[in-house]
Design a binder for this molecule. Structure first.
Ligand code: F0G
Length: 347
């Protein structure tokens, strides 16, 4: 069941809102026993890579596109580090309307680029970073009347609240810590709003601490100033001037949470740990929270026994280049049993 149907009561739908549905949402909340034991906590990963376009963006995109159609809009536009563009392009294809996506040239993971092109979007590579592409997309939307589907579109963040509702529905409570990567700062804000809504409805009795993690080379919320030249291997969160910074700061402050940064090396090491000891392959940006939890553990700042949910925002398959740069090559053998046995019996 897609997000509009599953959580229709909590969403601003009207009789005129068309049904848009790629069966997004309802992603698995995976308990990770080996990593939990290592850390002395109960660690769950919400694997947003299982969404139809392979990232959490689909939760908000479905509502943004439904409302755009309701509003008579006939084309979509967005800037993106990759996932928003893949999601927008997918829903535009579903709805049968054009989609323009502005990407920072040369800085988008291969899988995401392939997706936007396959879904049939008009893909525009901007010689500049994401922050500049977003400014251009906003101006383009104003001039043309295209629906702007970045997270400045309020419906995006409302739809993304559904992630928090699902976590609470599955756990039967809120987690103690909610760990999440932060780029343009929309998702952390959406989750905080979602938890608060459930709290007000009496569905949960406590609220989590919102723990936001950024890459060291793109950490404006940690340093408290815009970062003019963001750089990180986690290209999804290569953002220097987050549009929802104010909302994210409020979420962290109100929840007694924290922003922390992690190095690219820590991110990649966490990505390998999650895959090799968790069985979950998430893209680099999605592994910033695990890197951060490990860092906080090393600093003695991870309370024992707490329940932590981390949002694994995107699928690892989206960025095969970064994955392959970290792992060895397959063992090639001749097609003989002898060769095979040599490998099977080697240590
Ligand atoms: N993780 C992934 C995989 C992302 O693609 C993004 C954002 C984030 C985390 C950060 O979420 O922006 O709400 O704080 N990607 C956007 C995009 C910017 O264009 O795909 P945020």
């Amino acid at each position: 069941m897609g997000v509009l149907k599953k959580y229709g009561d909590l969403l601003p739908l009207t009789e005129k809102t068309p049904n848009v549905n790629l069966e997004e949402g309802s992603t698995p909340l995976i308990y990770l026993p080996r990593i939990s034991d290592k850390l002395g906590i109960k660690l769950y990963g919400k694997f947003e890579g299982c969404n139809p376009s392979g990232s959490f963006k689909d939760r908000g995109m479905v509502l943004a596109v439904a409302k755009a159609l309701e509003d008579g809009k006939r084309a979509l536009i967005c800037a993106s580090t990759g996932n928003t563009s893949a999601s927008a392009a997918a829903y535009a294809a579903y709805a049968g309307i054009p989609c323009f996506v502005l990407l920072p040239a040369g800085k988008v993971a291969l899988g995401k680029l392939a997706q936007a092109l396959m879904y049939g979007a008009k893909v525009i590579a901007v010689k500049g970073n994401f922050d500049r592409a977003l400014e251009l997309a906003r101006e383009g939307a104003e001039k043309t009347g295209c629906a702007m589907v970045n997270s400045v579109n309020p419906f995006r963040l409302i739809g993304q609240r559904s992630g928090a509702w699902e976590i609470c529905d599955v756990l039967g409570k809120a987690p103690d810590w909610h760990a999440i990567p932060v780029g343009n700062a929309g998702n952390i804000s959406a989750y905080w709003a979602g938890y608060n809504e459930y709290f007000k409805l009496g569905k949960i009795k406590t609220l989590p601490r919102m723990m936001g993690f950024q890459a060291e080379g793109a950490a404006p919320l940690v340093t408290n100033q815009p970062c003019p030249n963001p750089e990180t291997v986690a290209t999804a969160i290569r953002i220097g001037n987050p549009v929802s910074a104010h909302l994210a700061r409020a979420a962290v402050q109100e929840s007694s949470g924290e922003f922390n940064s992690v190095t690219d090396e820590q991110i990649l090491s966490a990505q390998r740990l999650l895959a090799s000891e968790g069985g979950v392959f998430a893209e680099p940006a999605s592994c910033a929270p695990l890197a951060g939890i490990l860092k906080l553990r090393d600093l003695g700042k991870l309370p024992e026994g707490i329940t932590v949910t981390m949002i694994l925002t995107g699928n690892g398959l989206k960025d095969p280049d970064t994955a392959m740069s970290q792992v060895g090559k397959p063992i090639e053998i001749n097609d003989t049993l002898e060769d095979l046995m040599r490998v099977l019996e080697s240590k």
